[in-house]
Design a protein around this ligand. Structure first.
Ligand SMILES: Cc1cc2nc3c(=O)[nH]c(=O)nc-3n(C[C@H](O)[C@H](O)[C@H](O)COP(=O)(O)OP(=O)(O)OC[C@H]3O[C@@H](n4cnc5c(N)ncnc54)[C@H](O)[C@@H]3O)c2cc1C
Length: 484
């Protein structure tokens, strides 16, 4: 069995792997590019305000759920972490704001009122969401026949829906709806190219109170895991980029960081897959599935987050998708026609008393922001401020008074994400969960390299916090069981 393991990346996958290795008596050390843990599970604290750049819905927040138990093992959630489950989300369609309930009966009634002509299809859709909600999701392969039979029994709803819809996109599913408005609304919930299975998972878990927001947000999750890892004797090397994974005679023997070689018996690469294969392994070893997917599978588009600390509260809904027919330029020549506005008013720890923090999230090109940051940092800062100004003006038209209540501004561009997590093409959640990607069981080993395990969002299409925590655990157990 490996005695010493090096983990690349202090995102949730890397931290989870480290905690499980330490728990199993294996010495581990994490190397992380950024100065803070969490990777994409990230938030920014500014003058008493906190802007959460991650958690909208965290699958498995309900006590007793399989994922909840995984979170508890690594302290991603504490016993007393309060969970906020929003009752609804809001979307603007053709100039009208719709409040979409996230409770079963209200959701069904809302859809029926919106599209009575689709009654039969709506009944079926809602039944599928309910079946998903009443089924538990597996968090790993069964270890023995008894576990296998209990797995089949407890996950029958999940298994039958997965079998039926794994190949179906949201677009294909919605073809049964006659109402164009209903189709548009569903596309607000999940983009048309995504897997339909992902849609019912999102709705099922949220409606059953199993995909909430843990109070304290992303920082709370990441910092609790960091504390757990350190308490178990784990070692963190922050602001340290791994440049190379050393392979000798087909086996990993160490890594190189800041020009120094660190020896180990195994490596968990809980970081970007492209960087691992093409830079750290110098393109000498291939991974057929990932090589292909990195070339052809759609990725999440880069984002810009514009956050404001407000000196009062506006009683805003949890999340609103606004249309923006006038266009918002997030880089020269790059205009978006919609944005998502989130408020953290429900989390009193996110702002000083009587105040609130809000965040606008929308698309922006990586190349522009990355190159500007590298070549002209002053202009980069000025452009960020100008973008924040444009967004404040737009918001003020929607919510009068917001602009004059802004006391703190923060802008995270795609370049910020690259700095914090070194993501291939700025994809903050890896591969988009289209049916083909979701069906692919991505191998966690690289051909020709013993002792290397891949973990995290790049080996689980669709990414997410629950899969990161789970995949870190699987990587650790692979090493513990000597299945390298
Ligand atoms: C805006 C936004 C909203 C999101 N919303 C949700 C949500 O609501 N629900 C949900 O479940 N998920 C959400 N996610 C996705 C979720 O945050 C990620 O899928 C998950 O955190 C990925 O964890 P990871 O450990 O696999 O990878 P990462 O978090 O990417 O961690 C990888 C780490 O490796 C480090 N690293 C990379 N290369 C090297 C190197 N060479 N040397 C050293 N370190 C290296 C990086 O710096 C990074 O810290 C969201 C993400 C974003 C950005």
């Amino acid at each position: 069995m490996a005695k010493k393991v090096i983990i690349i990346g202090a995102g949730l996958a890397g931290l989870s792997a480290g905690i499980h290795l330490q728990n199993n008596g294996i010495e581990s050390e994490i190397f992380e590019i950024s100065g803070q843990v969490g990777g994409m599970c990230i938030a920014w604290e500014r003058q008493g305000y906190r802007f959460d750049g991650c958690i909208h819905w965290m699958v498995g927040t309900k006590k007793g759920d399989n994922f909840y138990n995984l979170y508890r093992e690594v302290d991603a959630l504490a016993e007393d972490t309060e969970i906020y489950n929003s009752d609804s989300i809001t979307a603007e369609i053709d100039g009208v704001l719709y409040e979409i309930p996230l409770r079963f009966e209200q959701f069904k009634a809302f859809l029926l009122q919106l599209a009575p002509q689709d009654e039969k299809s709506i009944e079926q859709f809602c039944t599928e969401v309910a079946v998903f909600a009443n089924s538990s999701m597996p968090t790993g392969a069964p270890a023995n026949p008894a576990e296998f039979f209990s797995f089949l029994k407890n996950n029958s709803g999940f298994m039958s829906l997965a079998g039926k819809y794994m190949n179906t996109s949201v677009q294909e599913y919605t073809e049964r709806f006659e109402s164009p408005l209903l189709k548009k609304l569903v596309f607000h919930l999940m983009p048309p190219e995504f897997s339909y299975f992902g849609l019912i998972m999102m709705l099922g878990t949220r409606m059953s109170g199993n995909a909430g927001y843990p109070m304290g947000g992303a920082l709370g999750v990441a910092n609790r895991m960091k504390a757990k890892y350190i308490s178990l004797g784990g070692k963190l090397n922050m602001s340290t980029r791994v440049e190379r994974i050393v392979v000798e005679n087909g086996r990993v023997t160490g890594i190189v960081a800041k020009g120094k070689t660190y020896h180990c018996d195994a490596v968990v690469a809980a970081c970007d897959a492209y960087d691992t294969l093409n830079n750290m392994l110098e393109g000498k070893f291939r991974h057929k599935q990932l090589d292909e997917m990195l070339k052809t599978s759609p990725l999440f588009d880069p984002l810009v987050l514009i956050s404001f600390g407000l000196n009062k509260r506006f009683n805003l809904p949890y999340a609103t998708d606004y249309e923006c027919p006038e266009g918002l330029e997030t880089a020269p020549g790059f205009t978006v026609n919609g944005y998502n506005l989130r408020t953290f008013e429900f989390d009193l720890s996110a702002a000083p008393e009587g105040c609130s923090s809000i965040m606008v999230m929308t698309g922006a090109p990586l190349e522009y922001w990355e190159s500007l940051r590298k070549t002209d940092i002053e202009k980069y800062r000025a452009e960020k401020a100008a973008l924040a100004q444009r967004v404040a003006e737009l918001l003020d038209k929607r919510i009068p008074g917001i602009r004059e209540s802004i006391v703190v501004t923060d802008v995270a561009t795609p370049a910020t994400y690259m700095r914090y997590a070194n993501l291939y093409k700025g994809s903050w959640e890896g591969f988009v969960p289209i049916p083909k990607a979701l069906r692919t069981n991505i191998k966690t080993s690289v051909e020709g390299v013993k002792g290397l395990v891949l973990a995290g969002q790049w080996v689980n299409a669709g990414g997410g916090l629950c899969t990161a925590v789970q995949s870190g655990k699987s990587a650790a157990l692979k090493i513990v069981k000597n299945k390298l």
